[in-house]
Design a protein around this ligand. Structure first.
Ligand code: C2O
Ligand code: CU
Length: 517
């Protein structure tokens, strides 16, 4: 089916109402269900899994410091409607086929509420994974205002559950941010960008096999692939939607919730974006740029000023990123090369919003305060079926913990990527800063494991100089991050956020440990 772009208006996910709000906590219940969702007016309704019957899920909005509790309820069927590969970590035949656990991406929470991949559970909590410990999750929201997102994180099937629709936004706000007078209310618009493919009957397509060299006779069916990108770009649950915008400034809070796809965003009229925030909240200062690259799980907070556009103008938000990023196929200008359209209409009232030159203070973390440097290498090898296998430090998920930072201490992590593609690297529990990226000799590294820098350190782009929880680890570069662990101790994970990599097997546990006295 070839879908006409820009026929459906952009939906805005509704804000979820709590069941209970008292002075020490706000309590929500969120149900995961199977239902049918129409991604485009030319498509029949598509079977999806979503939170509260919505794709994306409803937005949870909280105030900084407000303690929220959420009971995430699995009401899904026992059978998956996407192809489950039983050979992946935690996916064996002894495991229930459908299991879920919710991670609030970017949040500072205790391990018991973090949605650890082995803390999964099934419909009605009938079966629980080895690390399941509690039903109700607590989010203290003691962190800067930011747009986080919640999504499924069940071991071995995260890619399928998120692709099925299990993702939604979570926004933390505070007075200081409101006082900046950025565009707000109906002029602040979330954009959850994903990609899907559809079968001719309108059902979601997800590949069930992959071509490999000399497949062994017991090659798994279904099998995971090294990454999946759909040919249809979906924003807030609609394929190539349009949004009517008044001649004024808008704030767009963008999330890339795709499995594998990166987007290099650009407006077709050459107009710039003003980037004001990143994963962990506002930047120190706004930054004007024509292009922004957003990898899986990254967020960017943008202002676009439509005030000088004549009413009637249409502007297309384009994508020029190759997939896999950034060495694979060029996007097709008629499909994955475009994201959505803005249609400028007359202003209904004065635009009194502002974009202050100073947004928030970002104290730079001091490299010399770090007590430890750790290296994380991105390794590509093959598994016993000759399929690509992605590892971190040549360990798979089931290998024991090798990183055990001490609570309250600062560490530098060097992400060593000798490969071809960019991996979006995510660490749970904390927000970090990017020190720099340094090019290195990948051939020498492949032979000897020795890192010889071949150029000067490159500073992160201004859009990456705020707080981040997911970073693009460039091929041929050592990306240096600085982070302080805490305030909680316990078991978390770090991983690549290309979901097919995360499931196979680019994810590792780590422990934040108590200080020894
Ligand atoms: Cu957004 Cu561990 O994930
Ligand atoms: Cu990866």
């Amino acid at each position: 089916i070839s879908l006409r772009p820009f026929v459906d208006p952009l939906p805005i996910p509704r804000v979820l109402q709590p069941l209970e709000r008292c002075k020490d906590k706000t309590y929500y219940e969120v149900r995961m269900k199977e239902f049918f969702h129409q991604f485009h007016s030319q498509l029949p309704p598509t079977r999806v899994w979503g939170y509260e019957g919505q794709v994306p899920g409803p937005t949870i909005e909280v105030e900084e410091g407000e303690c929220t509790q959420v009971l995430w309820i699995n009401e899904l069927p026992d059978k998956h409607f996407l192809p489950v590969d039983r050979t992946l970590h935690g996916s064996g035949h002894d495991m229930p086929e459908v299991r879920t656990v919710v991670h609030l991406h970017g949040a500072s929470v205790e391990p018991e509420s973090d949605g650890y991949p082995d803390a999964w559970y099934t419909n009605g909590f009938k079966k629980c994974g080895p690390r399941f410990s509690q039903k109700v999750y607590t989010y203290p929201n003691k962190q800067r205002p930011a747009m986080l997102w919640y999504h499924d994180h069940a071991l071995g099937i995260t890619r399928l559950n998120v692709y099925a629709g299990l993702a939604g936004l979570y926004i933390i706000r505070n007075e200081a941010e409101r006082a900046l007078n950025l565009p707000s209310g109906i002029y602040e618009i979330p954009l959850v960008i994903q990609d899907k493919s559809f079968n001719s009957d309108g059902s979601l397509f997800y590949p069930s096999t992959v071509d490999v060299q000399d497949p062994p006779p017991d090659f798994p069916d279904p099998s995971i692939t090294p990454g999946f990108a759909g040919n249809t770009i979906i924003v807030n649950g609609k394929a190539w939607p349009y949004l009517e915008v008044e001649q004024r400034k808008y704030r767009f809070r963008v999330l890339n919730a795709s499995n594998e796809r990166f987007y290099r965003m650009k407006l077709d009229n050459g107009q710039p974006f003003i980037q004001i925030g990143s994963d962990g909240g506002l930047l120190q200062r706004p930054y004007t740029t024509d292009e922004i690259v957003i990898g899986p799980a990254e967020r960017c907070d943008l202002v676009i000023d439509f005030s000088s556009q004549p009413a009637g103008t249409t502007i297309t938000l384009l994508n020029t990123a190759r997939t896999p990023f950034d060495f694979g196929a060029e996007p097709d200008p008629f499909t994955d090369g475009r994201i959505m359209q803005f249609r400028v209409i007359e202003r209904t009232s004065e635009d009194t919003s502002t974009v202050p030159q100073f947004l928030s203070s970002i104290p730079r973390m001091d490299e010399f305060a770090a007590t430890r440097t750790r290296d994380i290498s991105f390794d590509v090898t093959t598994d016993r079926y000759n399929r690509f296998l992605f590892l971190l430090n040549n360990h798979d998920y089931m290998d024991g913990v090798t990183e055990d930072p001490v609570v309250g201490e600062t560490e530098i992590w060097r992400l060593i990527n000798p490969g071809l593609g960019v991996h979006p690297f995510h660490v749970h529990q904390i927000q970090f800063q990017v020190l720099d990226r340094i090019p290195f000799d990948t051939a020498l590294y492949a032979q000897t494991g020795y890192i010889r820098y071949t150029g000067e350190p490159e500073l992160p782009s201004p859009g990456e100089r705020g707080w981040k929880d997911t970073i693009q680890a460039y091929p041929g570069y050592v990306t240096r991050l600085i982070m302080r662990f805490g305030p909680y101790t316990g078991r978390y994970v770090y991983h690549c956020h290309i979901l097919e990599h995360e499931d196979h097997d680019m994810m590792r546990p780590f422990d934040v440990v108590a200080r020894k006295c």
